[in-house]
Design a protein around this ligand. Structure first.
Ligand code: TPP
Ligand code: MG
Length: 564
């Protein structure tokens, strides 16, 4: 039975898709148009949904991912058949690995032409079958409310992720009289009383507990609830790779992030912990330091794993206590866990580790070769950025400067791909600024990273989105060069880049451009960029030798050659 309702007037498939999105209270659609879904584009004209037309489908999907991360509800993206869908895969992979709710609509060939390899034909169930959380196709406009409603449920519930819905072109112009389905809320799962009692007992017996925060399905409220719990128990807290916004870095319990180049003191502490409280995350390859941090399948430390998807509990690590709960529901329950004794046995160590983190993340005195010091850039940003500023990035060694030296303070301020996808920072910044125009948005990008989705700077200009891009140009795919120098010293292969003048690029697009070669020039350039009121690129020329905050290309090469 479909939801046939005689009181509704017949509408086309295109109109029903838009009506269903409105019923879900979707506010934004990111798209690159295609003739395959003209009926949907037409129906958008009569809705209040803000449409952002993008320059490439990968960027459009990444903007939708940024929306999903910031709102907890699916970001919406629309792309055309084969070529559009292929480009969109880049963003789908990010949403999958990052557990972000997202719904991607793909225009599809007419139903009667399937299986002939018609123009731009693809079978989306096969192509996205592994990449997305669910991939489907709608054959009958009368089923649009049912399938879109299910897509929202799948995208938001359990471990969130991307859903792909293919829309045959002829289905979109066929009519049906059906009422929209109601707005979907993510299904909550919470801890049982027994599980919380068990946790309380374990905590009372522990000598050196530590909490690791990760995953999605958090909110400003649950982050505040967890911060309260950490305060009461003085428990040391680390944020998983690129989930730093889950815990205020100035909180006395914060001990650093568990990512690439993690603080050795933090890793040592985790190894000698007797109780690990892992909330929301999966402790996957990067945070687990290539699966070396905990024994698999049975960690030496008692592991309390809290995750909204039962499939993740026991997937790699066998937990001592598995709790199937969303971080929100779990953090609400933490309020009832009585405080530890006034001075728990680990309290001094928490203070020592927090102090160690403060020193580790202090850019003062961190010097690298060259006239432009990224430590100086980070120190300046720390002074001038408000706590709600959103920081975005893609992948590259330049991102180390953010992870180590930026002190995240609030939920909703970090957009960074745990999937390590280059090119994410710029579209994420555009998506964030479109949603929250009043919030400062700073995109960090490498010279390699920026060019992967640099065309979306045009989207920032088109919608008057004054983001600031800090483009860290070392003339190479630095991360890969670093690995080359470690494993094939002196044999540079396919990592050098000849770059354009990025300040001129910004101006050519109608934005503001700056070129900075010395640390002392950064502050004024940043001020001019933010005052311009335009999307801006600050082209930061860094020394290629300055490969990380702590080592140089020459040192890496010498070390590797010494080992040969
Ligand atoms: C889409 C994509 N392609 C390739 C890679 C592999 N990769 C990781 S970092 C990197 C180089 C990044 O260069 P850049 O943005 O200039 O940053 P840098 O490391 O030089 O600071 C590459 C090619 C990736 N992570 N993502
Ligand atoms: Mg580079």
């Amino acid at each position: 039975m479909t939801n046939q309702n005689s009181s509704t007037t017949p509408k086309t498939g295109g109109q029903l898709i838009v009506e269903q999105l409105v019923a879900q209270e979707a506010t934004h659609v990111f798209c690159v148009p295609g003739e395959s879904f003209l009926a949907v584009l037409d129906a958008l004209v009569d809705s209040n949904i803000d449409v952002t037309v993008c320059r490439q489908e990968g960027g459009a999907t990444m903007m939708a991912d940024a929306h999903g991360k910031l709102t907890g509800r699916p970001g919406i993206c629309m792309v055309t058949r084969g070529p559009g869908a292929s480009n969109a895969l880049a963003g789908i992979h990010i949403a999958k690995q990052d557990s972000t709710p997202l719904v991607l609509f793909v225009g599809q060939i007419e139903r009667g032409m399937r299986e002939r390899e018609a123009f731009q034909e693809m079978d989306y169930r096969s192509v996205f079958g592994q990449a997305a959380k669910w991939a489907t196709e709608i054959d009958d406009p009368a089923r649009i409310p049912e399938i879109v409603s299910r897509a929202f449920h799948v995208a938001m519930s359990g471990r969130p992720g991307p859903v792909v819905i293919a829309l045959p072109e002829d289905m979109l112009v066929e009519s049906a009289a059906v009422a929209p389905a109601p707005q979907v809320q993510a299904v909550e799962s919470g801890p049982t009383t027994d599980q919380m009692a068990d946790l309380e007992h374990r905590l009372s017996k522990a000598k050196s507990p530590v909490a690791i925060l990760g995953g999605s399905r958090w909110s400003p409220h649950s982050v505040a609830q967890f911060a309260d719990f950490a305060q009461r128990h003085q428990i040391p807290v680390t944020a998983s790779f690129r989930r730093q916004m889950l815990f205020d870095h100035d909180h006395p319990s914060y001990i650093g992030d568990l990512g690439l180049g993690a603080n050795p003191a933090l890793l040592a502490r985790l190894q000698k912990a007797d109780l690990i409280l892992l909330i929301g995350g999966r402790l996957s390859e990067i945070p687990s330091q290539a699966y070396t941090l905990l024994d698999i399948p049975v960690p030496e430390q008692a592991l309390v794993h809290v995750h909204p998807d039962t499939n993740e509990l026991g997937r790699v690590y066998a937990p001592s206590l598995a709790i199937n709960a969303s971080p929100s529901a779990f953090c609400a329950a933490l309020a009832k866990v009585p405080a530890s004794p006034a001075t728990p046995p680990w309290s001094q160590e928490t203070t020592r580790l927090h102090d160690n983190y403060l020193a580790w993340s202090d850019p003062t005195g961190v010097t690298t070769p060259g006239t432009l010091q990224m430590s100086g850039v980070m120190a300046h940003l720390r002074k001038v950025l408000p706590p709600n500023a959103i920081i975005t990035n893609g992948a590259g060694n330049y991102a180390t400067w953010i992870h180590r030296f930026h002190r995240f303070k609030q939920y909703g301020t970090q957009l960074a791909p745990t999937s390590g996808s280059m090119g994410y920072g710029l579209p994420a910044a555009v998506g964030a600024k479109r949603l929250q125009p009043e919030v400062p948005v700073i995109c960090f990008a490498g010279d390699g990273c920026f060019m992967m989705h640099g065309q979306e700077f045009a989207t920032a200009v088109q919608y008057n989105l004054p983001i600031v891009v800090l483009l860290v140009d070392n003339g190479m795919y630095g991360t890969i060069r670093m690995h080359q120098e470690k494993f094939y010293p002196g044999r540079v292969s396919a990592t050098a880049l000849k770059n354009p003048d990025f300040a001129a690029y910004a101006k050519a697009f109608g934005g503001h451009g700056e070129r900075v070669e010395k640390t002392e020039d950064f502050a004024d350039a940043f001020e001019r960029a933010t005052q311009s009121g335009k999307p801006a690129i600050i082209h930061l020329i860094t020394d290629p030798e300055a490969i990380t905050p702590t080592t140089t290309i020459s040192q890496l090469r010498a070390n590797a050659q010494g080992n040969q």
